[in-house]
Write a protein that binds this ligand. Sequence first.
Ligand code: PEP
Ligand code: MG
Length: 892
Amino acid sequence: MTKWVYSFEHGKAEGDAMMTALLGGKGAHLAEMSSLDLAVPPGFTITTGVCDFFYANGKQLPPDLDGQVEAALERLKAVTGRTFGDAQKPLLVSVRSGSRASMPGMMDTVLNLGLNDVTVESMAAETGDKRFAYDCYRRFIQMYGDVVMGVDHELFEEIIDNAKADAGHDQDTGLDADDWLSVIARYKALIREELDEDFPQDPRLQLAGAIKAVFASWMNQRAIVFRSINNIPKDWGTAVNVQAMVFGNRGEQSATGVCFSRNPSTGKRGLYGEFLVNAQGEDVVAGIRTPQDLTEEARLATGSDRASLEKLMPDAFEELERNVAVLERHYRDMQDVEFTIEDGKVWLLQTRSGKRTAKAALRIAVDMAEEGVISRSEAVCAVEPATLDQLLHPTISEGAERDVIAQGLPASPGAATGEIVFNPDEAEKIAAQDRPVILVRVETSPEDIHGMNAAQGILTQRGGMTSHAAVVARGMGKPCVSGAGMLKVDYKNNTMTSNGRVFHKGDVVTLDGGKGQVLSGNVEMEQPELSGAFGTIMEWADEVRRMRVRTNADTPKEARAAHSFGAEGIGLCRTEHMFFEEDRITPMREMIIADTEAERREALAKLLPMQRADFVELFEIMAGMPVTIRLIDPPLHEFLPHEDSDVEAVAKGMGIDPDKLKMRATALREFNPMLGHRGCRLLISHPEIAEMQARAIFEAAIEAGKRTGNQVIPEVMVPLVSLKRELDHVKATIDRIAVDVENETGVKLNYQVGTMIELPRAAIRAGEIAEVSEFFSFGTNDLTQTTFGISRDDATQFVPTYEAQGVVDRDPFISLDLEGVGDLMRIAAERGRETREELKLGICGEHGGDPISIHFCESIELDYVSCSPFRVPIARLAAAQAAVRHRAGKTS
Ligand code: PEP
Ligand code: MG
């Protein structure tokens, strides 16, 4: 026989906190609290298994459920001394939903169930309070009529309004027993009129109806939408909790409320919450009455003239404080508790881990570890890494008004305000006058980099989370909204249009990069505050972390920022980004359009000192820490102008024939440049580029070594390798240049040559490639692109639909596809290490800053992850959590 019903009563329970899948969160924790000897109204939980049965069997309950409910009601009779349906000493119950994940207010609840024309009189006699009894009864008819019988809630409210008008009061509290009696009569008449049936008087019928209604509410529209937003599976189902009623509406020494064991905004220790005197749960939900503060401190802070619970019912307040402290210690986490006070006695109705801001999470974790409630490792695991983003950038103030112009992707977090500008040169000019700008582009290209650098934030109409704009903005730590498809950017007229609203150059907008929103006007912001708790958690994270955390940085500015966030080296320096700077793009273009090798070398010679100087600076900033420099990766056509007008201007600037430039650009054009002449392919066909870059790296290493006194051991990385022989080829060039530089300088070099693993063939043939490669860095952007065969730049056309339709759980360009791309990584790591035991393994794709992906990297024992500077703290924390959980997994 399936057990459908689990009872709980003071001191003992059939369930416990581990059983949330079967009993739902509320049920599991009611059981746990009962076992802890806390004051929980006794009751029972009907399992989520019944919900499954209900939906699998045309909304029927299991035939043997009745018997189990009867047995549970018998137990309740034994502990409460009350009998369900009894005319003299009736047991009244509440019927509440409770799914595995918290879905606040989404499903239905019925209170005061068991009242009828007879039991209400017993209640009146027993309590000596007719008004109270009739009020309870009319509340029950109203909730039951609405939730179970489907009569419009508003119709009940109208009756109360009429009753208040008749009695000449504007508050419910002004109504007396007779008023409520007449409301009850009108309610019953309303139900009869609406449904042509009577409100049920039989408590067992009432109970069966309420149980069914709560299960049915799992599929109401609100709940469906909530689940889809919060990724809660439909098949989890809800449980139903039936409990003996306690009454918060029992008079002036009764109340109902919610409290957190610590302040969920700041993390400050001490109760924090609200309550209503003489009220039931639905009064709080209805939000008609303004709740009062729990503590005096909070009351003073809000300037309220209404008494705190601490003042009003000091004994109950203390009891609540004691109970909540027990819960917090037991669960080792900040709790969010629902309570009712009946005639001065405190009852706990629910507990769960409290939601909190990132700032509060840090403070709570550190305080609880220092109070000895949790260990340091637990504190490290108690903070959600992704939420640290909230602390590193300015953010839109809570409660600020948002006039959303357009919605795009949250490509780079933080908020920025400025005048919109559609051209990078202009962005630079206006920014130079100390006027903040937002650079708006259809999409960005490397040529826009100076404008992006000058702007406070970047907005694009097209492009995904790994588009140029997104990657570069994250690197710069600037807010970016990409792929705002509803926006039409018109360069000719310097306007952008969304939903018929036209914005002109100079209009002020605010970007919320964390939400992907474009807001009209200057919206109020909060500046980041790296509190002491932030530093402490980071320190503790570093103590338990195994993997190293490096950064992807191409400029000294990025390298410095990353260093200040705790980066332990550079995992990826994309050298091509250095060629886009204003003074370098011309010699770069000269190199590309050169007709002879001699001309090409001449142009490269101009680039050499610039690259060398860049590298010296990076090596110096990273002082002794590893730096991986990747040789040029993108196809050459990216460096040439495309628009006719640009071709003219560039040719003029270079003093060459525009036709020649145009021809070269056309000749270099590819159908699919991502899969074209790039990476090592380019380095093999143009070895002089590899030579120049290798020389710049080695000479810089020697110079930085001299300056700092620390020998620099550069890691030279070759992109887009799929064949061992490709790497052989490029490595031979690098080694040859090393020998040249050693001979010229008389200094012995120490360096490593390795490769990106970013193509499936490279992953599969990793054993062979490791014969020449001293390290692997997983380029998971390209590896995702090539494993799926999805262009990284076009993925936004359909991946969001895939996510919405549940075809993929997460965008694989944001969070590693563990089964596919992850498996290739696992294969590459295993095969690579088989060949070369000491092979160094890292990741430098965007996934290197994504917590779930970082967990996976720990599981295949990578040596480091590398991510954009502003994600370094997130990666440090996520790597620490991965290490703690991985160790725990190994020992359990
Ligand atoms: C990658 O492909 O993951 C990578 C880091 O290289 P890029 O993004 O520069 O192609
Ligand atoms: Mg790549």
